[in-house]
Ligand binder design. Structure first.
Ligand code: CDP
Ligand code: CDP
Length: 230
């Protein structure tokens, strides 16, 4: 089958990365977690006390940031994020980063820095990338665009369970506030706000199991690939 670009955008914690990994595994594609890049940049800004209200300071800091993904052998599973040679995977998932990432991701220089790298990663096709602006800005000509959503209460519950397994001090309220704040900032920022691309297919997985969401998406991939090769 001809390799295409698959974009998955949507609100926080609705299952984008879960579906992206499932598809990468099934199709033998490369999975790219664009959110991890914004999280790693945010971590760098926090650790180095970068004043991100100051665009000169942001531009200077970005020249010192090198981002890389490390993959499992087949490129599908856990892609650890490396920041300047260091595996920052657990750190970037922490609430300290989650609390600031949407602010940092709204900065023009930060988006230009990340988007340029993301576009390069798609040059050979055969990728599935998840994020907020992948179908609208990063790959506006992608062959298959999915826009995921799920009820807020379900998304909060899903993310809470994930974080609670690692940190028993986390509260449902804290997770809810973080999700709602990020969704608000991400949807209302000036540059590349979270929007459904006009040609994206909506996938509401509130009531879907992981397998059901995969089967639906695989059908869309088949359709998109057929259009592609016809
Ligand atoms: O996993 P979750 O959906 O909670 O977030 P993520 O995909 O790791 O993204 C973290 C944050 O990075 C988002 O809330 C956005 O502020 C930002 N982001 C973005 O602006 N554009 C993207 N393509 C991906 C993430
Ligand atoms: O990438 P995003 O933030 O959109 O979400 P995720 O990290 O893929 O999924 C958030 C949580 O929802 C994970 O713990 C998934 O296992 C879970 N999930 C689910 O329970 N049912 C689905 N149909 C999809 C994801």
């Amino acid at each position: 089958m001809k390799k295409i670009i698959i974009t998955i955008d949507g609100y926080s914690s609705c299952g984008k990365s879960t579906l992206a990994k499932q598809l990468a595994r099934e199709l033998d594609y490369v999975y790219i977690d664009s959110g991890a890049m914004y999280r790693a940049i945010t971590l760098y800004f926090i650790q180095n006390r970068v004043d991100w209200a100051n665009s000169a300071a942001v531009a200077e800091a970005l020249t010192n940031i090198q981002l890389e993904f490390e993959y499992d052998e087949l490129h599908h599973e856990q892609a650890s994020m490396y920041l300047n040679g260091e595996n920052v995977e657990p750190l970037i998932r922490d609430m300290v980063v989650a609390d600031k990432v949407s602010e940092v991701a709204a900065i023009r220089e930060v988006r230009e820095f990340a988007v340029a790298q993301q576009q390069q990663m798609g040059e050979k096709k055969g990728i599935v990338m998840d994020g907020r602006d992948i179908g609208t800005t990063v790959f506006p000509h992608a062959e298959l665009k999915i826009f995921m959503t799920a009820d807020t209460a379900i998304r909060v519950e899903r993310r809470f369970r994930e974080l609670y397994a690692k940190n028993k001090n986390i509260t449902l309220q804290e997770v809810k506030e973080n999700l709602e704040l990020r969704d608000y900032i991400d949807s209302n920022r000036e540059i590349s706000p979270l929007r459904k691309a006009a040609d994206a297919i909506i996938l509401d997985n509130s009531q879907l199991s992981m397998d059901e969401q995969l089967q639906l998406a695989l059908q869309w991939v088949e359709d998109a690939t057929m259009v592609q090769s016809s």
